[in-house]
Structures are given as structure tokens and as C-alpha cells.
Design a protein. Structure first.
Length: 285
């Protein structure tokens, strides 16, 4: 009982001390210090140029044995899936009808090269705001789309894989020809553009964006444009590029996941009319 009374007394003393007002002199000193402290400097736009140069050299400067292992596992997954290319391709094409076809056509547009133009305009719009995280997310998305697309085009030309709709077998490769099925460029771009947003602003909306990119991959199979292993390779290239660039730009100490307002600033809505179909982007800042 005595211990309980002693603890209660100590607690009441602590609360009493904590509740004491700050002395006027000290309070004024604190206010004057806050008033005279300079506001934090806004990040310079020069960071984007620094990122472009640094990101090009990063794969060579930070290469590790584990990276080669991850790459080998990814290639193994693509090679394994290629064993089922014929059957999965037929399965997808047989179900490309009606409402499913309309939905996949909308998702397919996310991988169109014109989305790079839209991404550029989106980034330009963010520069009119003071939200640096939003600016960085938009820039990283655009940069990932450009880098991943260039890499994919090089591999496409070097492998020369024939597309399913051209009536070829899955393992028909004609290097440096007009055939450029592997990997899927649409899928690469779709994942490269969307994954950075999911890293900067994780949540249902941005995860849904990545889901739309998955729809792009399915659409490429269903239309006979690519083999399943093509779209898996594209998803890996685009997704890895977007993720690694986003983590590099955020830095290891950035564990936050929300914007200044606490809500994802980007929303995507599909639309379809008798004359057109596509995706609309809604940006809030």
C-alpha cells in the first residue's frame, strides 16, 4: 500500500511539473529563435540532371554478385514459362471476346509509346507545384519508362523473335530482323511507368495502377502480339527499372509513404465510348 501511494505521489508530481507554464523569458526566446530561423531551402531542379547522369552509371558502380544471381533467377523464370508459351497463347486468344476484349483494349493503351508524352506532360505539371515528392515520383516514372524502353528495343532487335500472330513456333528467333517480339515493349513501358508511383505512394490507387499494367501484359497475349514469356520478361525489365530508380531517388533513409496531404495525388479512370476508349489521369495537388 505504501508503494502504491508513493507511485501515485510521484506521478502527481510529474504531472504537476509537466503542467507548469514555460517562463516568459524562455518562451520569448523560443519564439524569437523560431521567427529568426531561416525556412528550409527547396530542392533545386538540378537534382533531375544529377539523377539522369548518376542513374546511367549506377548499374556499373553498384553491381554485386547478388544482382547476377537475381538476374539468373529471372531468366530462369522466363525460360521456364516459355515451355508453356503455345498453350497459354492459345488459351488467351480464345478468350479475347466481348467485354473481356474491351477491358483488355483499355489496359493495352497504358503500354503505348504515347504514354511517354503523357508522362512528360504530367511531370511538367508537377513542376508548377511545391510538392517535391510528387515531382520526384513523376520524374522517376518518366525516366524509368525511357530507360526501360530503350533497353527493351535493343534486346528486341538482337533476339528477333517472331510474334505468335505471324503463325510461328515459340522458339523462332531471327536476330536483327524485322521481328521483335521479345520482350514485350508495351508491358515493359506499362510497368516502368506505374511501379515508381507505387513506391512513392503505396496504397490501393497506385497498386491498382500496377494492376492495370498487368492487364496490359494479358492484352498482349490475348491479341497474339506476344508470347507469355515475352510479357513476363517485359514486366521484369520495366518493374525492376521503376523500382530500383524509385528506391535510389528516395534514398535509404526515406521510409515515408505518404504525400504531404496524406493521400495519393494520382488517380486513373478508364473510359469507353462508341468512338474512343482509353485512360484518364486525375492529378490532385
Amino acid at each position: 500500500m505504501q508503494r502504491l501511494l508513493l507511485l501515485l505521489a510521484l506521478a502527481s508530481m510529474t504531472i504537476s511539473v509537466a503542467a507548469q507554464p514555460v517562463p516568459t523569458e524562455l518562451n520569448q526566446g523560443m519564439l524569437s529563435a523560431e521567427e529568426t530561423a531561416p525556412p528550409p531551402a527547396a530542392p533545386s531542379f538540378n537534382r533531375f540532371g544529377v539523377w539522369v547522369a548518376g542513374d546511367l552509371l549506377a548499374p556499373f558502380q553498384s553491381a554485386r554478385p547478388t544482382h547476377a544471381l537475381v538476374g539468373a533467377v529471372a531468366l530462369g523464370a522466363v525460360a521456364t514459362l516459355s515451355l508453356a508459351d503455345s498453350s497459354l497463347s492459345r488459351f488467351g486468344q480464345d478468350r479475347y471476346t466481348g467485354t473481356t476484349a474491351s477491358a483488355l483494349d483499355i489496359a493495352n493503351d497504358l503500354g503505348d509509346s504515347r504514354m511517354l508524352v503523357a508522362s512528360s506532360l504530367l511531370w511538367g505539371g508537377t513542376l508548377l507545384t511545391s510538392n517535391t515528392r510528387l515531382q520526384d515520383a513523376a520524374f522517376t516514372s518518366l525516366e524509368a519508362g525511357v530507360y526501360a524502353s530503350v533497353l527493351t528495343r535493343v534486346v528486341k532487335s538482337a533476339t528477333g523473335r517472331v510474334r505468335p500472330r505471324d503463325g510461328s513456333a515459340p522458339y523462332d528467333f531471327q536476330p536483327f530482323s524485322e521481328h521483335r517480339s521479345f520482350p514485350s515493349g508495351h508491358t515493359t513501358l506499362a510497368f516502368a511507368l506505374t511501379v515508381p508511383w507505387a513506391v512513392y505512394y503505396p496504397g490501393p490507387v497506385t497498386y491498382g495502377l500496377v494492376g492495370v499494367a498487368g492487364g496490359t501484359a494479358v492484352a498482349r497475349i490475348a491479341t497474339g502480339s506476344h508470347w507469355p514469356s515475352d510479357v513476363l520478361a517485359g514486366a521484369l525489365v520495366g518493374g525492376a527499372t521503376g523500382y530500383l530508380l524509385a528506391r535510389r531517388h528516395l534514398g535509404p533513409s526515406d521510409g515515408s509513404s505518404d504525400s504531404v496531404s496524406g493521400a495519393p495525388p494520382l488517380a486513373v479512370y478508364p473510359f469507353a465510348t462508341a468512338e474512343a476508349r482509353g485512360l484518364t489521369l486525375h492529378l490532385q495537388f
